[in-house]
Each structure stands twice: as C-alpha cells, then as structure tokens.
Design a protein around this ligand. Structure first.
Ligand code: CP
Ligand code: NVA
Length: 295
C-alpha cells in the first residue's frame, strides 16, 4: 500500500509518472464508483477545491470533512478514525496540524494516506510547483530555483521535488531561521544540494525562478511579530527580481501577504506565475490520485 506524506515517498521515476499523468488529457477515470476523503484541520482555498475537482474528474466522489467533526484524539483516536474511513473511502487525504497524525494514520495499514499539508511538508504543492517549472522551462535539470523566506513545509517539499529532478537549489533566510541539518540531509538524499545564504540578492543572482511563502504558517506558535521582524529584509521586491535572470519567473504557493514576503508589484507583475501555479494544483492532484489509485 502506497502513501504520499512527502515527495520522496515517490521514486524519481514515479514522480515523473505522476507529472506525466498531470499533464495528460486522456487519463482513465480510475475512481469511478469510489470515494476519496478530504479531511481538513486548517482552512484551504486551493487544496480543498483542486482536490474536489480532481476526484470528480477521475469519476470519483470527493467528501470534504472538517477535522473538528472527526475530533482527532478528542472524539476518538487518530487510528480509529483512519480505520473507520478506510471502510468507505479508496484514499484518505488530510491537512493536519501535526505530521505525526498522518504517520499514525499510515501505521494502521488500512488505506492510502495523502498529506494535504502538515507542519512538516506540503507534497501536493511540490508537485504543482515542479509541473509549473516544467511548463516554463521544459526539463528543469540545471535550472536554478532561489527560495527567499522561511524554510517551511512548502520549502521542504519544493526542495525535495526539484532536487529529485536535478534543479539547483538556493535558499536565503535570516540567522536563527536556517534549515535543520536533518532537513538538508533529506534534501541531499533526494538528489538536491541546496546553497544556503542570509542574503536575498546574492541568492537570486542569475536564478531562473524566485519562490517565496508566508513568514508565519498556519498553526505556528511563538513570537510571530519577532519572526516577521527577522524576515523584514527578505521581501521579494522588484529590486530582488532584478538580480535574477531577465527571464526569471516568480512563484508563490498562496495565500500571499503582499507587502510582507512579496511586494504587490512582483506578485501581480509580468514575471509572476502564481495563477498557473494555483491551477496546476488541480492537474497534479488528478495526476497523483490517478497514480495512487492504480497501485
Ligand atoms: N497553496 C495552498 O495549499 O493553498 P490553500 O491553503 O488555500 O489550500
Ligand atoms: N506555509 C504555509 C503554506 C500554506 C499553503 C502554511 O503552512 O500555512
């Protein structure tokens, strides 16, 4: 039984298969007569709606379920909920506060589990990100992706996905907000070799794509004002984009906070690919669910 908790749950060949399915116009309706649970402990615009449409396009029935209704470890245990849902659904997808919740669902060995975002990873976003890069550049091996901002769930999955496809990775983040050794080891094991700096301008120099995400993620605790202060010099502005390749694109998983991690003129400017990137969430959800339902 296969699951997707992080991109490196796929081999590189499997990742390429999922991306090919995502771009295909003639996918078999592999979920006809079957249901897919979409469980959310946190809000969503893209993930819920792209997921519902992807299941529909594969002939299946998407069931949106609020996490509070299930009550993980409140109403009953995570394991009992997973085993229950496995009786009705072909695949269970979940957006959770704690990555461990997904690991406990997997441990029941009852149904394929898909991570719709946890505190650790956002693999469904990573799939859409590399499809967007491929649509822009073709083969992304040797292309340079500069991520400016918080090395968070989105950064991890992007780095693993792009690293598996041979892209060069750079990260700019302030002191005190650098990635852990275990994050870097996992990205290297997947094939990436990130260059880490504390300077946005040098990290984006000559880059083909500049990526950012919010400085404070959903469910994050701690001193968020202090964190925003620490990232104040890491806004992707026109001046930062001017250091990148003249053909560089700007990417953001959304939701965006214009005036914080990105200026409005970049998010809404000619280099921005945020809308095709958001639409690709549906195409890659369809590709992933097609692949998973045939395992
Ligand atoms: N990018 C993304 O996951 O968006 P939502 O939080 O709206 O699903
Ligand atoms: N890093 C963000 C991504 C939202 C799609 C968060 O976890 O809130």
């Amino acid at each position: 039984m296969r699951h997707l908790l992080e991109i490196d749950d796929l081999s590189t060949d499997e990742l390429e298969d999922v991306l090919a399915r995502s771009a295909a116009a003639d996918l078999a309706p592999s979920l006809t007569g079957k249901g897919v649970a979409l469980v959310f402990e946190k809000p969503s615009a893209r993930t819920r709606n792209s997921g519902e449409m992807a299941v529909f396009q594969l002939g299946g029935h998407p069931a949106y379920i609020q996490g509070t209704e299930l009550g993980f470890d409140v109403r009953e245990t995570v394991e009992d909920i997973a085993r229950t849902l496995a009786g009705y659904y072909e695949i269970v997808c979940a957006r959770v506060f704690k990555h461990e919740t997904l690991e406990r669902m997997v441990s029941t060995e009852s149904v394929p589990i898909v991570n719709l975002l946890s505190d650790q990873a956002h693999p469904m976003q990573g799939l859409a990100d590399v499809l967007t890069l491929q649509q822009q550049f073709g083969d992304i091996a040797g292309k340079t992706i500069a991520y400016v901002g918080d090395p968070n769930n989105v950064w991890r999955s992007l780095s693993i996905a792009a690293g598996m496809l041979g892209a060069n990775l750079r990260l700019a983040a302030p002191a005190g907000h650098q990635p852990s050794d275990s994050d870097l080891a996992r990205i290297r094991a997947a094939g990436g070799d990130p260059e880490i700096s504390q300077d946005a301008a040098s990290a984006v120099k000559g880059a083909d794509a500049v990526y950012t995400d919010v400085w404070v993620s959903m469910g994050e605790t701690g001193d968020t004002d202090a964190k925003k202060e620490a990232f104040a010099q890491f806004t992707v502005t026109n001046a930062v984009m001017a250091e990148a390749s003249p053909d560089a694109i700007f990417m953001h998983c959304l939701p965006a906070h214009r005036g914080e991690e990105v200026s409005a003129e970049v998010a809404d400017g000619p280099q921005s690919r945020i809308w095709p990137q958001a639409e690709n969430r549906m195409h890659t959800a369809r590709g992933l669910l097609s692949w998973l339902s045939e395992q």
